[in-house]
Write a protein that binds this ligand. Structure first.
Ligand code: APR
Length: 287
C-alpha cells in the first residue's frame, strides 16, 4: 500500500478544493497572507529554514543574536550589519515567483481582495499588483525616514550609501543628523497603521464570498501571525507551505485546506484548476 501511495505523488486535494470553491462561486474573492517562503524560489533566502535561512547565515556580521540585524536599538548603535544585508536584499535584483504571478492573475481576473505580505522585497509590486491590493505589513525599502526627527526621505539617499559600501558612512538626516532608515518594521517598532485599519475593514467582508490563502510563512512573528486565527470560522482557510505552521498546527479547523509543498507548485495546480493556464503562461513569459 505504501508504495502505491508513494506513486500517487503529492497530495493536491487541498488545491483542488480551493479550485472547486472558486469555480462554484464566481463572486468568491481571495485574501492572501504571505511570507518569505513565496520568494525563496526567486533566490531570496527566507529567515528560518534551517541551514539556508537568513538567521543561520548572518554570523559574518557577528551579531549578538540573529534578529539584531532588524533590531531598532542595535541599528542605532551599529547600522553596519543592516547596511550589509540591505545591499543583498535591495529590490531590483530579483524576479517574482509563480506564486506572485498567481496573485497578479487573481487581481486581473477581479478575484483578489487583498495581499498582506511580511516581505520587504516588493516583488508583489514587481509582479504587477496595484497599490490598493498590497499591504506591506513589515514595510519595505520604498519609503525612508530619519529615525530621530521622522523627516521623510525617498529611497536614493539610503540606496547610494549601501551601494557605496564605505564603512561607517551612513545616510544622515539633513536637519538633525539622525540616521535615515527605510521604513522596514524593525523589532521594537510598530507595524504601519494601514495594516491594522485595512485588516479591520477586510475582516468585515471575510465572512461571505471569500477564502483566505496563507503561503510561505512560518507564522512566527506577531501581530501578523495572529491573522489566520482571526479569520471567521465560516471562511475557508488554506495553507500552502513546506510545513504546517501557526494556527493551522495549533488550532486546526476541519475546513482547513493544507498543501504541504512548494508554493510555486501550488500556484501551477491552482491555475490549472481555474483554467487560467494561458494568462499564466503569458505572465511568466514576460519575465
Ligand atoms: N514553498 C512553500 N513554503 C516555503 C518555501 C517554498 N518554496 N520556501 C520556504 N517555505 C516556508 C518555510 O518552510 C517556512 O515555514 O516558508 C516559511 C518561511 O518562514 P520564515 O523564514 O520564518 O519567514 P516568515 O514567516 O516570512 O518570517 C516572518 O520574521 O524576521 C521576521 O520580519 C521578518 O517578515 C519576517 C518575519
Amino acid at each position: 500500500v505504501l508504495n502505491i501511495l508513494a506513486m500517487a505523488g503529492p497530495d493536491y486535494s487541498a488545491l483542488k478544493q480551493i479550485g472547486a470553491i472558486l469555480n462554484k462561486n464566481p463572486k468568491c474573492k481571495v485574501v492572501f497572507l504571505v511570507g518569505a517562503g513565496v520568494s525563496t524560489a526567486c533566490g531570496i533566502p527566507d529567515f528560518r529554514t534551517p541551514g539556508t535561512g537568513l538567521y543561520d547565515n548572518l554570523e559574518k556580521l557577528n551579531l549578538p543574536f540573529a534578529e539584531a540585524v532588524f533590531d531598532i536599538e542595535y541599528f542605532e548603535k551599529n547600522p553596519q550589519p543592516f547596511y550589509a544585508l540591505a545591499k543583498e536584499l535591495y529590490p531590483g535584483n530579483f524576479q517574482p515567483s509563480k506564486l506572485h504571478y498567481l496573485m497578479r492573475l487573481f487581481q486581473d481576473k477581479g478575484r483578489l481582495r487583498r495581499v498582506y505580505t511580511q516581505n520587504i522585497d516588493t516583488l508583489e509590486r514587481a509582479a504587477g499588483l496595484r497599490d490598493e491590493f498590497i499591504i506591506e505589513a513589515h514595510g519595505s525599502f520604498h519609503a525612508n525616514h530619519c529615525i530621530k526627527c521622522d523627516k521623510q526621505y525617498s529611497m536614493d539617499k539610503f540606496k547610494t550609501k549601501i551601494l557605496a559600501e564605505k564603512p561607517d558612512d551612513f545616510a544622515k538626516c539633513e536637519s538633525c543628523k539622525g540616521l535615515i532608515k527605510p521604513k522596514i518594521v524593525f523589532f521594537g517598532e510598530n507595524l504601519p497603521s494601514v495594516f491594522f485599519d485595512t485588516w479591520d475593514g477586510d475582516l468585515e467582508l471575510l465572512s461571505k464570498d471569500h477564502i483566505v490563502i496563507v503561503a510561505g510563512t512560518s507564522l512566527s512573528v506577531y501581530p501578523f501571525a495572529a491573522l489566520p486565527t482571526e479569520v471567521p470560522k465560516a471562511t475557508p482557510r488554506a495553507l500552502l507551505n513546506l510545513q504546517v505552521a501557526g494556527d493551522f498546527k495549533s488550532n486546526p479547523r476541519k475546513s482547513d485546506m493544507i498543501f504541504k509543498g512548494e508554493a510555486e507548485e501550488a500556484a501551477e495546480v491552482i491555475v490549472q484548476e481555474l483554467g487560467w493556464e494561458d494568462a499564466f503562461e503569458t505572465l511568466l513569459e514576460q519575465e
